[in-house]
Design a binder for this molecule. Sequence first.
Ligand SMILES: [Mn+2]
Length: 322
Amino acid sequence: MIEFDPNNSAPEGSGLFALPYSVDDASVVIVPAPWDATSSQALASSGAPDAVYAASKYVELFDARQGPIYRKGVAMDATCEEIVAMNKLAIAIQDSGTLPAEHLTEACQRLNGLVKDQVSRHLAAGKRVGLLGGDHSVSFGSIDAHLERHPGLGILQIDAHCDLRCGLDGITFSHASIMYNVMESLRPDTLVQVGVRGLCDFEAEYLQQSDSVHTFFDADLHELRADGVAWTEICSKVAAALPAQVYVSLDIDGLQPSDCPNTGTPVPGGLAYNDVVYLLRHISSGGRTIVGFDLVEVSENEFDASIAAHLLYQLCGVVAAP
Ligand SMILES: [Mn+2]
């Protein structure tokens, strides 16, 4: 183990959050998923794992509420090089516009398998796992792995969008259809969405017909608070909609755009950083267990990556000890 002093700057050779842990001696493992082939944005989210890793070195380690989160042992796993290569290839397929969409679908299916394998391996070793995207489509393999281990878990999705489209522009495994794919293929009992403020006709209809999806629209949250309802009460309602075990899928665009200005599809409104942190702590301290998470759609921009690194640290704090 390298020399570690939580009161000083990151030493040479330190890992995520400037910590000295290896994946083997960490209890929380962050799996990078540098994949953004299904989204089209100026600043890539495939660069986010590296950017968040770099920014994490400057996160202060003693949290005012949660204390020394780092003592749980947090480490980032190596990047799967096949994902990097496939992402390049898939983007080239998209850009060329000449190859049939099935090639992209095949690549996405391969991605889902690779992510699932990597996450499953750490779960089998008794670790808690957080996936760091990448666009939102990367969550599929992680949710699949977690559902296999915890069949009764519910998903808490913090997001500006429903992501309940049945594919987008012919792409089945689009970031915009991640929760449709999860609900239709993996079939968890419960999906609770918070902060949604962008949806299409199909999604509105889907929500109306579904007994498994509960959506707390951003507009409703804002109105409740404007009418004097406390955030703690709203958080209790969110928690009550969830089962005992919870997987958090956190799309950074669920937050206010000021906290993620370079994310692929920013939408006005949204949750404040501290609202999200409070909600997560409310759920994890109120008798429910957060068993895993993903953090997606982060831009590789330095500012965005820094906010995401702080959020990642909070997520490491609320994920239950294995
Ligand atoms: Mn999303």
